[in-house]
Write a protein that binds this ligand. Structure first.
Ligand code: AMP
Length: 398
């Protein structure tokens, strides 16, 4: 059974075609600059090599037409006919309170995703554009929506409510949702397999540290607290987002910067790693600059490590202990410096890193805690696309 997975952004589209017999990737790629001059598609397949196609791509419908063409084309194709695609899984950023699991797309699901647009104004419209374009181009294939927020719907109200008048939750569902749920679910399930104990018995802190980052307390296989909020700004220091901030600072910025939009740009695009370092949002640049003695780069690393450490310790407190800490995503999988700085000083709660193992691990599954560490520490590469494909298979298998 072949399943196509789509992740649509406002001007981009990532795709992977899976053969679910063996969960192998047949082809994958990225469409960039949709609706902007200079659009192009980068298509990769193990059997047919890499292809770059530069052409006018005005909208998601055209992007998907080109992707389907590449998947079946005489020089680039990996399937003979589109009929071989049994179903399509879509990453959808916000499912609000309605969706705690993935669902088969129907008209009412589309309306619900539209209703959540006020919570994810940049993402949900792009995700819907992808679903609609697919329905148009591949009318016979069922579509499945896999929500970034779904895994966190198990958080109790004491975790998801803000300490503001309750009416704002009742009226407009102002609350913590948090994101990256598909990734936290994938690595927590994999952690249970690797540790060799049922997920139901485990207390995990999963650290998804990428350009956007979030940390989750996973108790008994369920998210019980998570660091992002109603938006993707809160939590740890991120590439361009501030992470946790005093709301009075936001009010101060609104007063002094003149407009809410300007402050939104500051908090979302100019803060975090790039804001503190003044150099780059890419942690590789910061690590290099720090080695060369750049003090602001060094400060950025210390702030990042400290913010991750606070969440690990506080989530251990929430769960009454922790069995394993998991690092994933670009920074979590690759930056031994960040992992070490995040765990330094946590020996008091049973976390003992094996420094040599930690330094050696980049982008592969590995245990990096010392053999006698009561709390295990693992690096587990995330695979949100595979998780989406698995859910799609589950919901569409006859
Ligand atoms: P993601 O959003 O998951 O793709 O992660 C992107 C982030 O991972 C960027 O900040 C990259 O700089 C960071 N990253 C990737 N490789 C490394 C590395 N070897 N060392 C430090 N950071 C890395």
């Amino acid at each position: 059974m072949k399943i196509l997975v789509l992740n649509c952004g406002s001007s981009s589209l990532k795709y992977q075609l899976f053969d679910m017999n063996g969960e192998t990737v047949l082809a994958k790629g990225l469409v960039e600059r949709i609706g902007i001059a200079g659009s192009r598609v980068k298509h990769k397949s193990a059997s047919r090599g890499d292809t770059v196609r530069e052409c006018d791509i005005p909208d998601h419908t055209e992007a998907i037409r080109i992707v389907l063409d590449l998947l079946t084309g005489p020089d680039t194709g990996v399937i003979k006919s589109l009929d071989e695609i049994s179903a399509v899984g879509h990453r959808v950023v916000h499912g609000g309170e309605k969706y705690s699991k993935s669902v088969l797309v129907s008209d009412s699901v589309i309306s619900s995703i539209e209703e959540c647009t006020y919570l994810a104004p940049l993402h949900n419209p792009a995700n819907l554009a992808g679903i609609r374009a697919l329905q148009h181009s591949l009318p016979g294939a069922p579509n499945v929506a896999v929500f970034d927020t779904a895994f966190h719907q198990t958080m109790p109200p004491e975790a998801f409510l803000y300490g503001i008048p309750y009416k704002y939750y009742e009226k407009d569902k102002v609350r913590r949702y948090s994101f990256h749920g598909t990734s936290h679910m994938f690595v927590s399930e994999r952690a249970a397999e690797l540790i060799g104990r049922p997920a139901k018995e485990l207390r995990l802190v999963t650290c998804h540290l990428g350009n956007g980052s979030s940390i989750t307390a996973v108790e008994g296989g369920r998210s019980v607290d998570a660091s992002m909020g109603m938006s993707t700004v809160p939590g740890v220091l991120m590439g361009t987002r501030s992470g946790d901030i005093d709301s009075a600072v936001v009010l101060y910025l609104v007063e002094h910067e003149g407009s809410v939009q300007r402050v939104s740009d500051i908090l979302n695009k100019e803060s975090g790693i790039v804001g503190i370092s003044g150099l780059s949002s890419d942690l590789r640049d910061i690590c290099e600059a720090s080695v060369e003695g750049n003090e602001r780069a060094n400060l950025t690393l210390r702030m990042l490590g400290r913010s991750v450490k606070k969440y690990i310790a506080s989530y251990a407190a929430i769960m009454g202990g922790v069995d394993a800490v998991i690092f994933t995503a670009g920074i979590g999988e690759n930056s031994d410096t960040t992992r070490e700085m995040s765990l330094e000083g946590l020996e008091f709660m049973g976390i003992k890193l094996d420094k040599a193992k930690n330094e050696a691990v980049r982008g592969v599954e590995a245990e990096i805690s010392a053999p006698d560490s009561p709390v295990k520490v693992w690096v587990i590469p995330t695979n949100e696309e595979l998780m989406i494909a698995r859910d799609t298979l589950k919901l569409t298998k006859k």
